[in-house]
Design a protein around this ligand. Structure first.
Ligand code: NAD
Length: 368
């Protein structure tokens, strides 16, 4: 059987720096766990524009459609700020998400023990936290028609439309239930069924999919505003949260920040299963290209490394190896090693991007 395939798109700014550390981890799995990937690398964002005049070529798009998973660094930078909208670096990323139809956006909020003091919440509220927010990514109020700013009499009116079809709700609900089965087997669906018809339909469809296909998973429903309160009051009550595009945008940022730095946050965007049963998938850190620290060896590679851990778990069914990698990150943090974004506590040891990557690989070695 051929090796699983991985397309790496490092992108701009700190993207290539953090991706170099992921390459060390990928090489480690090939050498030490006999888990080999066919890795290809290509351009996306500003660097693709510099070479080809477009942030994503048709050839790279076609490759992304064929591989088992795409791993992306970050795109953008001040050099490209004045480019025409159609060729801005971010358009490359948006094209990938749209043409791969990545409707299910997974944003974990996981608190590593050594960083529990880094949260703005009390330590016992966040220590050991491990929840997953699933945001519907390709529909809802950001895409619904009619939209625009129109003139009514003497004043302007801004219009956006929240619109969800049953099938759009059903597919993201399935994605949440499938994921819950690989975790704590619990889903909480959030909407505003008290004031929005789209919320009533959302609640109905999630319940129907549950009853027909996933009765073994524990399901609850919560209004999204109450959900926001509960997330800050006692986030550990949740396992998987599934919600729409708008509420998911807010709730996933809120949940992510429970755990500390932007340099720690991975994400996955999943689509429908391909012929081999694996979902279309794009893994990327939540952070951007951080032009203020690019090229200085200051970037934290952990968000990108944890994005690869998500690929191991959700694309390659290597949950145990994903846990091994997460535990290696935890072990390195527990030893007090910190990149510049995580400094502040006493007694920690500042390290560069490459030193953090090397320490994680050494911790993987120690795990054997
Ligand atoms: P950013 O995430 O790049 O940076 C915000 C702050 O966090 C900066 O101070 C940065 O130094 C710090 N930071 C981010 N990642 C870090 C890491 N791994 N380690 C240590 N510190 C880190 O957001 P921004 O400054 O608003 O945007 C910069 C560029 O990135 C813009 O061109 C923007 O369009 C682009 N962007 C791209 C993506 C993406 O590729 N998915 C996402 C957000 C922003």
């Amino acid at each position: 059987m051929s090796n699983p395939s991985l397309l790496i798109l490092p992108g701009d700014g700190i993207g290539p720096e953090v991706m170099a550390e992921v390459r060390k981890v990928i090489d480690w799995y090939g050498a030490k766990r006999d888990l080999k990937f066919d890795v290809s690398e290509d351009l996306v964002g500003g660097c693709a524009y510099d070479k080809h005049g477009t942030p994503l070529t048709d050839e790279t798009m076609a490759k992304a459609q064929e591989v088992d998973a795409v791993l992306l660094g970050a795109v953008g930078g001040p050099k490209y700020d004045n480019l025409d909208f159609s060729v801005k670096p971010e358009r490359g990323l948006l094209r990938l998400r749209k043409e791969m139809d990545l409707f299910s956006n997974l944003r974990p909020a996981q608190c590593f023990d050594a960083l529990a003091d880094f949260s703005s919440l009390k330590k016992d509220v966040v220590a050991g936290l491990d929840i997953m927010i699933i945001r519907e990514l390709t529909s809802g109020v950001y895409f619904g028609e009619p939209r625009g700013i129109i003139k009514e009499g003497n004043e302007r009116v801004g219009i956006n439309t929240q619109r969800y079809t049953e099938s759009e709700i059903a597919r993201v609900a399935r994605s949440a239930f499938e994921l819950a089965r690989k975790r704590g087997n619990k889903v909480c669906s959030m909407e505003k069924a008290n004031v929005m018809e789209s919320g009533i339909l959302w609640r109905d469809v999630v319940q129907e999919i549950h009853d027909a296909e996933y009765p073994d998973v524990e399901l609850s429903h919560m209004y999204a505003d109450a959900g926001a309160m509960q997330l800050t009051r006692w986030p550990k009550q949740f396992d998987v949260i599934v919600t729409d595009n708008l509420f998911g945008d807010l709730l996933s940022d809120l949940a992510a920040m429970l755990t500390g730095s932007l340099g720690m946050l991975p994400s996955a965007s999943l689509g429908l299963p391909m012929a081999n049963g694996r979902p279309k998938a794009l893994y990327e850190p939540v952070h951007g290209s951080a032009p203020d620290i690019a090229g200085q060896g200051k970037a934290n590679p952990i968000a990108c490394i944890l994005s690869f851990a998500m690929a191991l778990r959700y694309s390659f069914d290597e949950g145990e190896e994903a846990t091994r990698l997460e535990e290696a990150v935890n072990a390195v943090l527990a030893k007090g090693l910190r990149t510049a974004d995580l400094l502040g506590e006493e007694g920690v040891q500042p390290v560069s991007t490459a030193e953090m990557g090397d320490a994680i690989v050494a911790a993987l070695d120690e795990s054997l």
